[in-house]
Design a binder for this molecule. Structure first.
Ligand code: AMP
Ligand code: MG
Length: 336
């Protein structure tokens, strides 16, 4: 078999990443992440960050894989969904470095699924894609990754990060901190909102934040930390139970026996634990995308580009992006 070298660029939001694969192994996965000093992602600041690091990240990826740019056979980039200023950096950079080689436009959520399948070694799972910007329950059927259920408002990671910013001086990702603070917490009721197969997290965020603002004021330092622990515990329990419920229904509905969890929130031990219990009870199996590849990265784009190429897709006529490209709009030609 002739091995082909595939280079992928991730550039939809906070991460600028470049990965290289030969289809057997990930040869390099370099990245640099934009971290806002305060608040959420500022699209223009993220774009400037990506412009500043792109050459350095490319060099790092090529060095790590021990290849030259000329050795690369196909190029791919994340074409959406994402923040337009960031997507534009990827489009321009791939146009510049690809020369006359084929270029593939990769759907970002599809790439999260594919690196998960590649590394966790599962075939046809129900996918729970939970990240800072996305919350979807997905499964393959007839040429598309169908979205069985999704958030009606904000993504779960965004809800977690926003809550942690409201109640602590934490500026970065809130997930790991929430996980720690939740230890030993007790349950306080928060709005559990599942409508059909869709979920809503904004009510949980508002309710938990209001409880904190109202009840923490006149408390001693010790009681404040108890309240915070209870809220973090309850936040996790509520959100993860909702996700587990919808995933179970998707499994039953689609008749599948594998569950794959990916995206940054897949790092959550409690989420995995709940999903694992549900899977065991149903005779299904839980697969987890390794944490180092479950956030945004270039390797997932390189792997998906290679699948597109090997299953006969044509390279992109026009190198362009689509900030609203839905998961179920991407053509999947390698699953049957
Ligand atoms: P991504 O958007 O895929 O890069 O993932 C980032 C999101 O994952 C952020 O919202 C983080 O707070 C979240 N995250 C990271 N680690 C954890 C964790 N242990 N528990 C819950 N969420 C997490
Ligand atoms: Mg992502």
């Amino acid at each position: 078999m002739i091995t082909m070298l595939s280079l992928g660029i991730e550039c939809t939001a906070h991460t600028f990443g470049i990965g290289i694969t030969d289809g057997e192994k990930i040869l390099a996965d370099a990245k640099d992440m934009y971290k806002p000093e305060k608040g959420g992602i500022h699209p223009i600041e993220a774009k400037i960050h990506h412009e500043n690091v792109k050459e350095k990240v490319l060099e790092e990826a090529l060095n790590k894989a021990k290849v030259h740019l000329n050795d690369i056979d196909i190029f791919s980039y994340s074409a959406g969904p994402g923040l337009p200023p960031c997507l534009k950096v990827g489009v321009e950079f791939v146009s510049k470095i690809s020369g006359k080689k084929p270029v593939f436009a990769v759907n970002h959520p599809v790439a999260h699924i594919e690196i998960g399948r590649f590394l966790a070694k599962c075939n046809d799972p129900i996918v729970i894609y939970v990240s800072g910007g996305n919350t979807q329950i997905i499964g393959y059927a007839a040429g598309r990754y169908r979205v069985f259920g999704e958030t009606e408002d904000i993504a779960i990671g965004n809800a977690i990060d926003t809550f942690m910013r409201e109640v602590t001086d934490n500026a970065g990702f809130g997930g790991p901190m929430m996980e720690k603070l939740a230890e030993g917490g007790n349950y306080i009721e928060l709005p559990y909102v599942v409508k059909g197969m869709d979920l809503s997290f904004s009510g949980i965020l508002t309710s938990a934040t209001q409880k904190w603002k109202k009840e923490s004021i006149e408390k001693s330092e010790r009681d404040r930390s108890v309240l915070l622990s209870d809220l973090c515990f309850s936040f996790q329990e509520t959100c993860y139970s909702m996700l587990t419920e919808v995933t179970e229904r998707a499994l039953a509905h689609a008749g599948k026996t594998e569950v794959l969890v990916t995206g940054g929130v897949a790092a959550s031990k409690r989420l995995r634990e709940m999903l694992d219990i549900m899977c065991r009870e149903r005779g299904a199996k839980l697969f987890v995308c390794p944490v180092e590849y479950s956030g945004d990265n270039g390797a997932m784009i390189s792997i998906t580009g290679l699948l597109m190429k090997n299953s006969g897709q044509k390279s992109a006529d026009k190198i362009d992006f689509n900030p609203k490209w839905r998961t179920d709009e991407a053509e999947i030609t390698w699953m049957d």
